[in-house]
Design a protein around this ligand. Structure first.
Ligand code: HEM
Ligand code: HEM
Length: 186
């Protein structure tokens, strides 16, 4: 069975929806984070900080839900393709992306001890994860930026491979995730 970059044949509809909603949210979130830190403080940067915190919080919960769904997923190692180094590397890259999709928003949230960034779309105020501490905040936000850029680098390679598979029209089929006991097409 062939797979395509946009919709690997063995991925359930739920898995595909999770993939594309997360992908779009991340690809919007990254430039917002980068742009807001380059602007001089003002109403635009305040708005971007607020949107950034809100979208980032959404990404965090989406990633946790997606991970929970993924952990329920049974992998059929058909044709032992996963024995190849390339497929192992793909698997490692996927789990690294999952981990960073959780760590990046968590460090952003933990490092934001005050301000509009903790207001979800200006409606609900998030509790600060840590008590206000300037040193911790600086360190956490530095880690946040570093992890976000690392995630972007991995995702860029991931997209490159995804598009390559799509253009070739026959992406590999290293794994066949099927939610335990549920047919893949559900
Ligand atoms: C144009 C953009 C993208 C394309 C074409 C694409 C393509 C793909 C393809 C073909 C797969 C299945 C790979 C396989 O099973 O061998 C996949 C899986 C995955 N993608 Fe993407 N992707 C894109 C963007 C993203 C982004 C932005 C993220 C995260 C920020 C992401 C995260 C993931 C993850 C975590 C998996 C593993 C899914 C799993 O097995 O649970 N992708 N992607
Ligand atoms: C997947 C989710 C997220 C991504 C991809 C992301 C990405 C980024 C990026 C690229 C930057 C710029 C870093 C730099 O230029 O050094 C940034 C900065 C920042 N982010 Fe996020 N972020 C996410 C979630 C969050 C969340 C949930 C919060 C808080 C609730 C947050 C708070 C911040 C803050 C306060 C900064 C400014 C850091 C500074 O002033 O150095 N981020 N983010």
């Amino acid at each position: 069975m062939k797979t395509t970059a946009a919709a690997p044949a063995d991925y359930s509809r739920t898995a595909r929806i999770f993939h594309w909603v997360t992908a779009v949210a991340f690809l919007v979130q990254f430039p917002i984070g980068f742009t807001m830190t380059q602007l001089t403080p003002g109403s635009t940067s305040e708005l971007l900080f607020s949107v950034h915190g809100s979208v980032g919080f959404f990404v965090l919960w989406l990633a946790l839900l997606r991970l929970a769904y993924r952990l329920r997923t049974k992998i059929n190692r058909r044709n032992s393709i996963l024995a190849t180094w390339h497929s192992r590397a793909t698997l490692i890259a996927h789990w690294t992306i999952y981990s960073l999709l959780i760590l990046v928003p968590l460090t952003g949230w933990a490092g934001s001890v005050a301000g509009d960034i903790l207001e979800l779309f200006g409606i609900v105020r998030l509790p600060a994860i840590l008590p206000p501490d300037h040193t911790w905040s600086i360190w956490l936000l530095w880690s946040h930026g570093l992890l976000a850029f690392s995630l972007m680098a991995i995702v860029a390679v991931h997209i490159g491979f995804g598009l390559q598979g799509y253009l070739e029209g026959s992406a590999e089929e290293p794994e066949s995730p099927t939610p335990s006991g549920v047919p893949a097409s559900s």
